[in-house]
Structures are given as structure tokens and as C-alpha cells.
Design a protein around this ligand. Structure first.
Ligand code: ADP
Ligand code: MG
Ligand code: MG
Length: 255
């Protein structure tokens, strides 16, 4: 059973007036098969957590540990993390000019599986995954994220997740900017991967809306760079009713 363990993680970014601490001691354990919703106000550091786990060079880990099955994730390169099974669906997916979706997916799958997927089964796999996400087949020949709508970008992120079969999937506001139909299709994709029981999911979101489609096992409130409260699905209902204000105030008072 794959387990991701984050212990007392502190992360800074370089700002104009020196280093600024964004993550202030994050503790979280995500086991294969579990879904954890991380909910918090804008600017609380949710994306910083996502990028730090994926190994983005802009974020400096000042202390703490991240282990995947006991292996030190923070010592791994971005590629090594992906091969180890860590997958990040970005809040703002980036364009890759000159690279088609089809090539991108195959290259990624080859890198992660350690060998090129057999062409016949691969073509079928991609076709089925695209159909399930209601994506037109012509989409495969477009350049990654170039001119994609918000919904298309998010579907493409989930398409990667379905094909790459990560051990830990970090979904950073995959729900933002989606209309109800797209939200449903994208959520169904996440649930399909989840139902395999092979993935631990970190579902980062600002709104409770996506939790109607993807039922978390645990809900964590993220405020001022750390987890302020953890609970079950009932915590999401409390947030829906009361918002983040109390957590933001408490976070500001602690600074
Ligand atoms: P969230 O995803 O919860 O909205 P972020 O992690 O994006 O929050 O940002 C948390 C804080 O860190 C914000 O104040 C943001 O401006 C700051 N921040 C994040 N990334 C950078 C960066 N690369 N450079 C400077 N500041 C950053
Ligand atoms: Mg934000
Ligand atoms: Mg964010």
C-alpha cells in the first residue's frame, strides 16, 4: 500500500523583500485508496503545497520531510517523483507548443512505465479514456493546452491521470472554471481512477461544489500555510455554511 507522509513541511518563496514563508508546518498522511479534500481560502498556500510535492524549483523546502513508501521524495528530481507515482493536475495547466496531446501522453506514459506502451493497446486505451471524458478524437492532434478552453485543459489533466495511473494524485482546483456538465464529467473521471483503489487523492479546492461528485474520506481546512482542522465529510458541510472567515482570523492572529 503506497503511503505519502508529509511531516512538518515548511516552504518559502523568494519575494522582492527576501524569502517569504508560505507553508508553516504541514502534516498529512495520504494512503492509497483514500481521498483527502484540502479546502482553503485563496492565498492560503494550497498550490504551494501541490507544487512543492511535485518538485517545482521556485519553492524552497526549509524544513520537514515528505516520504512515499519511506522513500525521501524531497531528494527526488521532478522526473523521479513522476516515476515514483506522484501526479499533479495543475490549477493553471501550461501550454506545450509544438507537442501534440497524443505525443505528450505517449512520452509521459513511456517515461513513467519505463517502456513504450504497446501501440495497439495504447491507441485503444487513449481512445476509451477520451470517450469517457467526452473528448473529441481530433483533440489528440492538438498541441498541449494551446488554445484549450478552461474545461478542455481540466479534461486533459484528468485524461493524463487516467492513463498514467499514479499512486498519489494531487488535483489542484480541478473544479475551478468548470460548468456543471464539465464538472460532472471530470469528477466521473477522478472517481473511475479512485475506484481502482490504487490511488491516494489530494483534492485541493476552494469550493465545496466538487464534493457533491467526489466524496472525500477526509476533509482538511487549509489556512495560513497549514492544516487548521481535519475531519470527515461533515467538515465540508460546516465550511459550506460558515465559510473560512474564522480560520483566516485565527491564522492571522497566529502570525
Ligand atoms: P492558494 O493556492 O491557496 O490560493 P498559493 O499557494 O497560490 O495559494 O499562494 C500562497 C501565497 O504564496 C500567496 O500569498 C502567493 O502570492 C504566494 N506565492 C505563491 N507562489 C509564489 C511565487 N512563486 N512567488 C511569490 N509569491 C508566491
Ligand atoms: Mg489561489
Ligand atoms: Mg491555488
Amino acid at each position: 500500500m503506497a503511503t505519502l507522509e508529509i511531516r512538518d513541511l515548511h516552504v518559502s518563496v523568494e519575494a522582492e523583500n527576501g524569502a517569504r514563508e508560505i507553508l508553516r508546518g504541514v502534516d498529512l498522511t495520504v494512503k492509497q485508496g483514500e481521498t483527502h479534500a484540502i479546502m482553503g481560502p485563496n492565498g492560503s498556500g494550497k498550490s504551494t503545497l501541490a507544487y512543492s510535492l511535485a518538485g517545482h524549483p521556485k519553492y524552497t523546502i526549509t524544513s520537514g520531510t515528505v516520504l512515499l513508501d519511506g522513500e525521501d521524495v524531497l531528494e527526488m528530481t521532478v522526473d523521479e517523483r513522476a516515476r515514483a507515482g506522484i501526479f499533479l493536475a495543475m490549477q493553471y495547466p501550461v501550454e506545450v507548443p509544438g507537442v501534440s496531446v497524443s505525443n505528450f501522453l505517449r512520452t509521459s506514459a513511456t517515461a513513467i512505465r519505463g517502456e513504450a506502451p504497446k501501440l495497439r493497446t495504447w491507441v485503444k486505451e487513449v481512445k476509451e479514456a477520451m470517450e469517457a471524458l467526452h473528448m473529441d478524437p481530433s483533440f489528440a492532434e492538438r498541441n498541449v493546452n494551446e488554445g484549450f478552453s478552461g474545461g478542455e485543459k481540466k479534461r486533459h489533466e484528468i485524461l493524463q491521470m487516467e492513463l498514467l495511473k499514479p499512486k498519489v494524485a494531487i488535483l489542484d482546483e480541478t473544479d475551478s472554471g468548470l460548468d456543471v456538465d464539465a464538472l460532472r464529467v471530470v469528477s466521473e473521471g477522478v472517481n473511475r481512477v479512485r475506484e481502482t483503489g490504487q490511488v491516494g487523492t489530494l483534492l485541493i479546492t476552494h469550493y465545496t461544489r466538487i464534493l457533491r461528485y467526489i466524496k472525500p474520506d477526509f476533509v482538511h481546512v487549509f489556512a495560513a500555510g497549514r492544516i487548521a482542522e481535519s475531519g470527515g465529510p461533515e467538515l465540508a458541510e460546516k465550511l459550506e455554511n460558515e465559510g473560512y472567515e474564522a480560520y483566516v482570523k485565527a491564522g492571522a492572529a497566529a502570525e
